[in-house]
Design a protein around this ligand. Structure first.
Ligand code: NBG
Length: 833
């Protein structure tokens, strides 16, 4: 190997450092890629694999981002600047390369540069392993918010965990989900920068000791059983076409060297190695439950691990800026993404009290003013709580601090509500009904100045259900911030056809100012030429997805049919099985009347089930079993097709949302906190069939009732029905079509005669039906018939689709972040150009 090929030097117009490393001419990009291939990957083109090329391109793009990143770091060291710290156990960032090229505005030039090297950008985009460091909506929301924070010029750090294994890869075998380890780091991660000098100690277990210091002050010291270290890995998050890059700072756990050495010194090699293994376990794997499972010991360790590293990091930054800890809350706003990081309340208290010797009242005031809590669930069983004995064993000092917070809190409650012991018991940070638990939502709420839900209905229901008592006690803390998603990734990146069409008509400001600009396409809903283009793009996107489906499942999907899509985690409350009941109903209709004219549909499902969630896994099996029968029945051929798209993730989602005609948002009203997939579908011109749940309510308000297919009981009606005594069997008995569909599932019609397979599912529906599928069934079927009718008339369907996109301005995550800035963090985003 000698130097890189001659011609690269020759093709560079000006051979300056600026030009070769971060120049944006095609020739400079080409040369930079070759340099990175050679100097970073250690390869020459003749021997480079696709991954080598991907890495070389990624490093080139990263070089372009580092300029902004370093400028932003400098900005962050300015003591006047308030930093937003978004604490989240999950960041589902999705693939970086395409998004970063888009943000930098160099996609086309890079594509051309690669062409000149005989490479296809799309092949390299496909090469990227996405960092699946999240389960679903909650982690993806954090990623959209990072995008908007950067794009609005808000200096921010996203703090989380650098899981070695992200969400499992889903494979399907014989209709069952198999979980495969997600080894996303196997081929290296070019986007992150390891910062070994940014590292903090993290203690676990042991006991506490009380003592008086040299000044005679009472103090407590924590004598831990184990100490590990957290190391920072930074990923720059660049703004869209702007000057700023924010930081995603993820912590990896490592062994503390001194521990190893101690053991080595006494000759205990195995103990030393074992310590290392245990230490590294903390950040090993993401828990694959989107709603938490109680009592997973490592999970509390993970939560505490990333929270303490993040808070210690903030304190370091604060002191480095030359400021006193008494002004900590003026410099930092910490947003707790669900209760996963809520131990931050006790940990900031510990750091201020024990490590920085602050007094309780002052520390408490700072803590409350710093923290803000976002709740993401209405399912009571999903509210995190930790068994008290386990919690005290893991974090003995925090237990003491929580007791003290609780003692003072209860004093306040008694002052406001004398003689109301039941209220005290309900509000207490400790659940004492039976086995004792620490209630993390209560800890987060008491320790924060703001508590928010993620859609208007959700925020309202929070104050009436799971957080009712807290609301009565702290009404002024409650606010709503409806979720949003970034139009950069979810339109500009994933739907290039639509992006080009919209830009051609209204310019490209909509990508950065979606809320203000996108409505400008509304008048085109009546323009025949525009409509025709619109339809062509949808068809093209459907073709693109059909190709991918063919490749992944071997099934041919007809782009001429309606693409009816439900992609999201598999959960009973999301009711994928209600969708299946509709499919079976249509199937039966055609079987009875083979010449029936129906609107051909392709039903596309995607989503992972938590590995321990029995019913969810059975729902996947049901979908695939029904698919097998339907797809192989010549009576319905050309009219119905059912597809389970395996391994739904961000990368696949780029193909799925833009290809959908119909978006299924059919959760039981009152169960889905917000939903964000619903927004991505609408932004890509799919019409929604949905219940009045989560953000569906607001989507319908925005797009207009006439452009939304509504069905089902409302949250209030669901409640009422339950209180009156819900009897699912009565629906089954009185509705012959429903009965037929359920009987078929039960009898083994879709499972090669196996009548056991779906028995648990069917029995659950008939005896309990906690999510009221049977109650909503007829309304759903009728609504689906209206969908078919509307779809048949493309002259009216297409304008509805256009209006859906035109009226989605509200659901840009830029709007959400502005609201957080104004109402919660009390900061002004940088002036936007
Ligand atoms: C999820 C909700 C969704 C919501 C996202 C983002 C959890 C705990 N909650 O409805 O189920 O859209 O959070 O807010 O994952």
């Amino acid at each position: 190997m000698t130097t890189p090929p001659e011609e690269t030097h020759a093709s560079s117009p000006v051979d300056t450092a600026e030009n070769t490393r971060t120049g944006t001419h095609i020739a400079s990009l080409k040369q930079a890629v070759l340099h990175n291939l050679y100097y970073v990957q250690g390869r020459i083109p003749a021997l480079a694999t696709r991954n080598d090329w991907y890495m070389a391109v990624a490093y080139t793009v990263r070089d372009h981002m580092l300029d902004r990143f370093i400028r932003s770091l400098k900005e962050m060291s300015n003591p006047q600047v308030k930093l937003v710290c978004y604490l989240s156990a999950e960041f589902l960032m999705g693939p970086h390369l395409g998004n970063n090229l888009l943000n930098l505005g160099i996609t086309d030039r890079m594509r051309q540069a690669l062409k000149e090297l005989d490479l296809e950008l799309d092949d390299l985009l496909a090469q990227e392993e996405e960092p699946g460091l999240g389960n679903g909506g909650l982690g993806r929301l954090a990623a959209c918010y990072m995008d908007s924070l950067a794009s609005l010029g808000v200096p921010a750090i996203g703090y989380g965990i650098r899981y070695e294994f992200g969400i499992f890869d889903q494979e399907i075998s014989d209709g069952w989900q198999l979980e495969k380890t997600d080894k996303w780091l196997r081929l290296g991660n070019p986007w992150e920068i390891c910062r070994p000098e940014i590292a903090y100690y993290v203690n676990f277990g042991g006991r506490t000791e009380q003592f008086y210091d040299e000044k005679g002050h009472f103090r407590v010291r924590w004598v831990p059983y184990r100490t590990v270290k957290g190391i920072a890995y930074d990923t720059p998050v660049s703004s869209y076409r702007g000057e700023l890059a924010d930081i995603l700072r993820l912590w990896k756990s490592e062994a503390v060297e001194s521990f190893d050495f101690q053991a080595f010194n006494v000759g205990d090699y195995y103990k030393a190695v074992n310590e290392k293994v245990i230490s590294e376990t903390v950040s090993k794997v993401l828990y694959p439950n989107d709603e938490p499972e109680i009592g997973k010991t490592l999970r509390l360790a993970q939560q505490y691990f990333f929270v303490t590293c993040s808070l210690q990091d903030m304190i370091r930054i604060h002191l480095m800026r030359g400021k006193s800890l008494e002004t900590f809350h003026e410099s930092f706003s910490v947003q707790l993404n669900d209760t996963h990081p809520s131990i931050a309340v006790a940990e900031l208290m510990r750091l201020l009290l024990d490590e920085h010797m602050m007094e309780w009242d002052k520390a408490w005031n700072i803590t409350q003013q710093t923290m803000a809590y976002t709740n993401h669930t209405l399912l009571p069983e999903a509210l995190e709580k930790w068994s008290l004995p386990f919690f005290s064993r893991s974090l003995p000092r925090h237990m003491e601090i929580i007791y003290e917070i609780n003692r003072r809190f209860i004093d306040e409650i008694r002052l406001k509500y004398p003689d109301d012991d039941e209220r005290v018991a309900r509000l207490s940070l400790i659940d004492e009904h039976g086995e004792k638990y620490v209630r993390m939502a209560h800890l987060a709420s008491v320790g924060s100045h703001s508590i928010n839900g993620v859609a208007a209905l959700h925020s309202d229901l929070l104050t009436k259900t799971v957080l009712k008592d807290l609301y009565e006690f702290y009404p002024e803390r409650f606010v709503n911030v409806t979720n949003g998603v970034t139009p950069r990734r979810w339109i500009a990146l994933s739907n290039p056809g639509l992006t080009a069409l919209i830009t051609e008509r209204i310019g490209d400001r909509w990508i950065k100012h979606f809320e203000d600009e996108i409505s400008k396409i509304e008048p085109f809903a009546h323009d025949p030429a525009f409509r025709a283009e619109w339809q062509k793009i949808k068809h093209h996107n459907k073709n693109r997805l059909a190709d991918l489906i063919q490749e992944r499942t071997g099934i041919a999907a007809d782009p001429g049919s309606m693409f009816d899509v439900q992609v999201k985690r598999i959960h009973e409350y999301k009711r994928q099985h209600l969708n299946v009941l509709h499919i079976i109903t249509l199937y039966n209709r055609i079987k009875k009347n083979p010449s029936l004219a129906v609107v051909p549909r392709t039903f596309i499902f995607g989503g992972k089930a938590a590995p321990g969630y029995f019913m969810a896994k059975r729902i996947i099996k049901l979908i695939i079993s029904v698919a097998e029968v339907v797809n192989n029945d010549s009576d319905v051929a050309g009219r119905l097709k059912v597809i389970f798209f395996p391994d739904f993730n961000v990368k696949n989602a780029h193909y799925i949302y833009p290809a959908a005609d119909l978006s299924e948002q059919i959760s039981t009203a009152g169960k889905e906190a917000s939903g964000t997939g619903n927004m991505k579908f609408s932004m890509n011109g799919a019409l929604t069939i949905g219940t009045l749940d989560g953000a569906n309510v607001e989507i319908r308000e925005e797009v207009g009732a006439e452009n939304f297919f509504l069905f089902g009981f409302t949250a209030a009606e669901v409640d009422d029905l339950r209180n009156r005594g819900y009897n699912p069997r009565s629906y089954y008995e009185s509705n012959p079509l429903l009965k037929e569909a359920i009987d078929q599932v039960r009898s083994g019609y879709f499972s090669r005669g196996d009548a056991e397979l779906f028995k648990p599912l069917v029995e659950n529906l008939l005896d309990h039906d906690p999510f009221m599928l049977l109650a909503d069934y007829q309304s759903y079927i009728d609504c689906q018939d209206r969908v078919s009718l509307a779809y048949r008339d493309q002259e009216s369907w297409v304008p509805m689709s256009i209006l859906n996109v035109a009226r989605m301005g509200k659901f840009s995550s830029d709007r959400s972040i502005r609201e957080y800035c104004e109402h919660i963090w009390k900061i002004k985003p940088a002036k936007e150009k």
